[in-house]
Unconditional design. Structure first.
Lengths: 172, 180
């Protein structure tokens, strides 16, 4: 039963994950944490950190990871298949008339509206994670320094996580 | 058969060596698919990127599905997409099966206390870069702001917000076009 619920949840997540990995975080949170209660926010952030440091798209990695937490290896397979399925089918359908799809004004118009929503979705994810993660002065300082290094000093995200983890081990 | 194997290995490599996902994968995908194997042209690659932006799902998956289909039909799509997914799928399974249990260890717990703010920083950094890239206008700010409110305070599902924005935007531009 959990497997079917898991499959449907990730089908939804796959079908509405525009704009790369982070934009789907609010939907994952809604489906996995709020509706089904399969994880806590903190666990979810820890998984995100691991997913960020392993190869492959964030969407796929999160599906594999969360699927396993909910229903073992079968859960991984179900969630990963489900998250890929919508884009797989859509691309197969439009592979035939690729340029026609690209030049359609409707696609353009829809995306004029969706783009700022994606920004809002990613910002919501950032706020949710910040509320859970920034629990002390030390954690706020770590967050600000890593933000600065990644945004303005072009530090690779993996190094950001490694530095923050080391700081955590030393400071807490 | 040889082609199938080559397709699989190429996308396996792409899946295995692109940490960070999404746009970090593009240079490698481009080199393998356009420059080395010449399976698609540079123009086609650009088209796929535009499509990837306009369709749900990771860019890597969209590209593998398209290239696979072009080279060897539906079977090719399956082979390529499987190749892209398999490395991270395996690595994640190993991590979650063998290492996740040590998360309760006091030292690891401290490490994660440091890492969690960094995850927040990563996502805020993405917000900053997206906002800069979008050359944001005030109407965009309003839509982004309303999205944040709808998600965090009203607890509305992102699915409804995306659909509303897409349909609303189509309606707006269509009526504008009709008036001209």
């Amino acid at each position: 039963m959990n497997l079917i619920k898991l499959f449907i949840s990730f089908l939804k997540i796959g079908a509405f994950s525009f704009g790369g990995g982070y934009a789907m975080l609010p939907l994952i949170k809604k489906e996995i944490i709020e509706v089904h209660g399969w994880l806590t926010v903190t666990e979810f952030i820890d998984i995100l950190a691991v997913v960020e440091m392993t190869p492959g798209p964030i969407a796929i990695n999160s599906a594999t990871f969360l699927g396993y937490k909910v229903a073992g290896v079968l859960g991984s397979i179900a969630a990963t298949t489900a998250v890929v399925l919508p884009s797989f089918v859509i691309i197969l359908i439009i592979a035939h008339f690729l340029s026609k799809f690209r030049d359609s004004p409707y696609v353009d118009w829809a995306f004029m509206g969706i783009r700022p929503v994606i920004l809002g979705l990613v910002a919501s994810a950032a706020i949710t994670v910040a509320i859970d993660a920034l629990t002390s002065i030390k954690s706020i300082i770590i967050g600000i320094i890593i933000f600065y290094l990644i945004t303005f000093k072009k530090l690779h995200p993996i190094w950001g996580i490694i530095i923050a983890g080391t700081a955590g081990a030393l400071l807490f | 058969m040889e082609l199938m194997f080559k397709l699989f290995m190429t996308f396996f490599k792409i899946g295995a060596f692109t940490i960070g996902g999404g746009y970090a994968m593009l240079p490698l995908i481009q080199r393998e698919v356009v420059e080395i194997h010449e399976w698609i042209t540079e123009d086609e690659f650009m088209d796929i990127l535009a499509i990837a932006e306009a369709t749900p799902g990771p860019v890597a998956i969209n590209t593998s599905t398209y290239v696979g289909y072009k080279m060897a039909g539906v079977k090719g799509s399956l082979i390529c997409t499987l190749g892209t997914i398999l490395p991270s799928f395996t690595i994640i399974l190993l991590i979650v099966k063998f290492f996740w249990q040590y998360r309760q260890n006091p030292l690891i717990e401290k490490v994660f206390l440091g890492i969690r703010p960094a995850v927040a920083a990563l996502i805020f950094s993405a917000v900053y870069k997206m906002a800069k890239h979008m050359e944001i206008k005030s109407i965009h700010m309003v839509i982004s702001g309303l999205t944040i409110l709808a998600i965090l305070l009203l607890d509305i599902s992102p699915i409804y917000i995306i659909l509303t924005a897409a349909l609303g935007s189509i309606g707006y531009f269509k009526s504008k076009e009709n008036r001209l």
